[in-house]
Design a protein around this ligand. Structure first.
Ligand SMILES: C[S@@+](CC[C@H](N)C(=O)[O-])C[C@H]1O[C@@H](n2cnc3c(N)ncnc32)[C@H](O)[C@@H]1O
Length: 337
C-alpha cells in the first residue's frame, strides 16, 4: 500500500475481518476491491520462530485480513457494500464480523505493515512479502511475492502442500508446468529449486499479470514463460469458482497456441493446484504432457472428491506415488510410467 503521490486525508478507517485460512483469499479479494490503493494486509495466525525473524504458521487459529478506507463522504456506503459482500461469503464458509477502527494519519502510515509476515514452508522455501526485508539463511530459497488480486499468498494449505511436494521432487534442469499459476508462487518456487524452464498457465488474466510481475520481482522471468490459457481440456472450463463452469468438448490443441517455439513438448513435473473436477478432466492431457517417468503434483482436492481424481488418473495410466492431507485438502503425486 504505497503512496500514490496524492494528498491523503488525515483520518482513516481500519476494517478488519477474522477468518479461517481457507477464507483469507476471498475475503482479501473483497477488501482489496474497496480498500485504499487496493491494498490488504493479512495477519496470519503465527507462532514466533525460536530464533531469527521467521514465524511459523499456526493452522489452528483464525487469520485477520485488514484494509483501510479514507474517512470521507463515501466511506459509509463502501463499508455497507463490504458488509454485504462478507454476508454473501459467510454463506459459503464462516467469516467473522467486520470490525471498524478509526485511526489518524500518523498511525496509519505504519499500522498496516506490521501485519504482514514471512512464512517458512517445507525445509527451505521462504515466502517474503515484497516490501519486507529478509536476510536469507544460507540454504533458504526465497520467493518474494506481492499479493495482488491473484490467488497464491502461500497461506492456503493447498498451496503449501504443492510447495512441499515441489521441494521434494524438483531437481535442477527440470522442465516444469505450473497449471493454474495464480500469483506465480509455485512457478517461482520451481525456478528457485533449479528448474531450467517453467511454463506458467492460467485462464485468469489477473493471475497471468501477477505471475509475470512476481517472476520479474524474483529475477527469474528468463526461466518462466507465462501465458493465458490451460492444458488440453482445461481450456474448455469457464471461471473455476462458478458452479456452472464445466469442461466439455475436447479442445483443438494441448497447449495454448501463442507459446514460444522453444517451449518443451513434455514436462518433467506438472504442478496443478486447481479443483477436483478440473484436475479429473485434464488427467489425459497431463498424461500426454508428461515425459515418461514425469510427475504430476495435484492439489486443491477436497477429500470427498479424491476418488474421482484418483479414478481419472488411473484411467489415464498414471501411477500413484504419494498422498498428503491437510484438514479437508488432499494433494497427490502421480508418475507416468
Ligand atoms: C487455487 S489457485 C492456485 C494458485 C497458485 N498456483 C497456488 O498454488 O497458490 C487456482 C488457479 O487456477 C486457475 N485456473 C482455474 N481453472 C483453470 C483451468 N481450467 N486452467 C488453468 N488455470 C485454471 C485459477 O484462475 C487460479 O489462479
Amino acid at each position: 500500500m504505497e503512496s500514490d503521490g496524492q494528498t491523503k486525508p488525515v483520518t482513516w478507517l481500519e476494517l478488519s475481518v477474522s477468518c479461517e485460512s481457507e477464507a483469507v483469499e476471498p475475503v482479501s479479494e473483497l477488501l482489496a476491491r474497496y480498500g485504499y490503493n487496493g491494498g490488504v494486509a493479512i495477519e496470519p495466525p503465527i507462532i514466533p520462530g525460536d530464533d531469527g525473524p521467521e514465524y511459523r504458521y499456526d493452522p489452528v487459529r483464525p487469520a485477520t485480513v485488514r484494509t483501510y478506507l479514507a474517512l470521507d463522504d463515501t466511506a459509509e456506503e463502501t463499508r455497507a457494500r463490504i458488509e454485504q459482500g462478507l454476508w454473501l461469503l459467510g454463506m459459503i464458509r464462516p467469516v467473522g464480523p467486520l470490525q471498524v477502527r478509526r485511526i489518524e494519519e500518523e498511525d496509519w502510515a505504519n499500522a498496516w505493515k506490521q501485519y504482514y509476515t514471512i512464512q517458512r514452508i517445507g525445509a527451505r522455501i521462504v515466502i517474503v512479502p515484497s516490501w519486507l526485508d529478509y536476510q536469507p539463511l544460507p540454504d533458504d530459497l526465497v520467493v518474494r511475492l506481492d499479493p495482488g488480486m491473484a490467488f497464491g499468498t502461500g497461506l492456503h494449505p493447498t498451496t503449501q502442500l504443492c510447495l512441499i511436494a515441489l521441494e521434494q521432487y524438483v531437481t535442477p534442469e527440470m522442465c516444469v508446468l505450473d497449471l493454474g499459476c495464480g500469483s506465480g508462487i509455485l512457478a517461482i518456487a520451481a525456478a528457485r529449486l533449479g528448474a531450467a524452464r517453467v511454463l506458467a498457465l492460467d485462464t485468469d488474466p489477473i493471475a497471468v499479470e501477477a505471475t509475470r510481475a512476481n517472476a520479474a520481482l524474483n529475477h527469474v522471468a528468463d526461466r518462466i514463460v507465462v501465458a493465458e490459457g490451460s492444458l488440453g481440456r482445461g481450456a474448455s472450463f469457464g471461471h473455476w469458482l462458478r458452479p456452472d463452469a464445466e469442461g466439455h468438448a475436447e479442445p483443438p490443441s494441448l497447449l495454448p497456441v501463442s507459446l514460444p517455439s522453444d517451449t518443451p513438448p513434455q514436462f518433467d513435473v506438472i504442478v496443478a493446484n486447481i479443483i477436483a473436477r478440473v484436475l479429473a478432466a485434464v488427467a489425459p492431457d497431463c498424461a500426454v504432457a508428461l515425459r515418461p517417468g514425469g510427475l504430476l503434483i495435484s492439489s486443491g482436492i477436497i477429500a470427498d472428491r479424491e476418488p474421482d481424481v484418483v479414478a481419472a488418473y488411473a484411467a489415464a495410466g498414471l501411477e500413484a506415488v504419494f498422498r498428503r492431507q491437510e484438514g479437508d485438502w488432499v494433494a497427490l503425486v502421480h508418475r507416468k510410467p
